[in-house]
Ligand binder design. Structure first.
Ligand code: PEP
Ligand code: MN
Length: 354
């Protein structure tokens, strides 16, 4: 045989090997489907070890056992990766390549198209406060009002919200100014009550892992605004959304609100990559809460522009008529005039994008 012929023979064997690997991958895919059906874990190291040992025992050379072990370990690793990728794609909230995003309606407002603004105080404090905010939102063409009634505070000594009274004020303010109302629900026992008063249920960062609350919110018949956990990965975030969607409620908006990092000049770090990645991976709309990300006022327009540039469908921002005397998050809330300037600076005046 000539060298060329030998090379051709080698390449034929390579192609055969490739074909065998592809066949193996198709069987792996069937294994994944069975495992998923029966709830069996993807990766069982003991079984992999036993398979490797059997292969090494069958080795008649010329490769040393260690080489055989390494080659097959690589093949097994690729199979696990394939199974895990397959499992991710089976998430209902996952967006198939090329599939469009979908919209969520909060009150009469579409989230998932042109950028929207959700604004209002950290917490509902009294009627006058909410009236002042609601009126300004209406005047500025901002469609969605936020405000905490049940506050999930890190400290048990901090203001916990006015509860039911706040819900009534929120509903009344929303009606008076034609605004959709978004407010947080912190407990399964409160879901029904909050759903009666609000146009969307917010699940707070501290509750993103509260799966019973996610399920209950998914059954309430209202859109859900789900905030990312303080230290949740994007995969965990999407799983949390999946809990809601599995209840038959596809009206879920994801909210990136900053994650914990080592930086101390901001309260959290707005994860702009997360916005871009979520836009690729899911058909759910994505918004960014710039106030809880920054924990300060001065950089809010920059963060809003960054979020929109990364693909956010809107921005949440805390607004209070007198931030200095606010009962929570005083340092990060904008007053009404600052809010107006914020909208201009972020290019969000009446849905404008820069
Ligand atoms: C809020 O939006 O009122 C709030 C408490 O935010 P987070 O859950 O993101 O901390
Ligand atoms: Mn707040």
């Amino acid at each position: 045989m000539t060298i060329e012929e030998l090379r051709e023979e080698l390449q034929r064997i390579n192609l055969d090997l490739l074909e065998l690997l592809s066949r193996r991958a198709r069987i792996v895919e069937q294994v994944r489907a069975v495992k998923e059906r029966d709830g069996i874990p993807v990766h069982v190291p003991e079984r992999e070890q036993a398979m490797l040992d059997a292969l090494v025992a069958a080795n008649r050379g010329p490769f040393p056992d260690e080489t055989v072990r390494r080659l097959f370990r690589e093949i097994f690793r690729a199979s696990v990766a394939l199974q895990e990728a397959g499992r991710r794609q089976t998430l209902r909230v996952a967006r198939a390549e090329g599939a469009p995003g979908r919209i969520v309606r909060i009150g009469g407002t579409v989230v998932g198209g042109e950028p929207v603004v959700i604004a209002g105080p950290c917490a509902v404090e009294d009627e006058a406060q909410m009236d002042a905010v609601g009126r300004r939102l209406r005047d500025l063409g901002v469609p969605l009002l936020r405000g905490g009634a049940f506050k999930a505070r890190s400290s048990p000594y901090a203001f916990q919200g006015l509860g039911r009274r706040a819900l009534e004020i929120l509903r009344e303010t929303g009606r008076r100014y034609g605004l959709g109302v978004v407010t947080e629900v912190t407990d399964t026992r409160l879901v029904e009550l909050v759903a009666e008063h609000a146009d969307a249920l917010q699940i707070g960062s501290r509750n993103m892992h509260n799966y019973e609350l996610l399920r209950e919110a998914g059954r309430a018949g209202k859109p859900v605004l789900l905030k990312r956990g303080l230290a949740a990965t994007l995969e965990e975030f999407l799983w949390a959304a999946e809990y809601v969607v599995l209840q038959g409620n596809e009206q879920v908006v994801l909210c990136e609100r900053g994650i914990r990092t080592f930086e101390t000049q901001t309260r959290n770090t707005l994860d702009v990559s997360a916005i871009a990645l979520l836009r690729e991976q899911t058909w759910l709309p994505v918004v960014a809460d710039v106030s809880h990300a920054a924990g300060r006022r001065d950089i809010l327009p920059a963060l809003a522009r960054a979020a929109l540039a990364a693909g956010a469908h809107g921005v949440m921002v805390e607004v209070h008529p007198a931030p200095a005397v606010a009962r929570s998050d005083a340092q990060q809330q904008l007053d009404l005039d600052e809010f107006e300037r914020f909208l201009d600076a972020a290019g969000l005046r009446r849905g404008n994008v820069p």
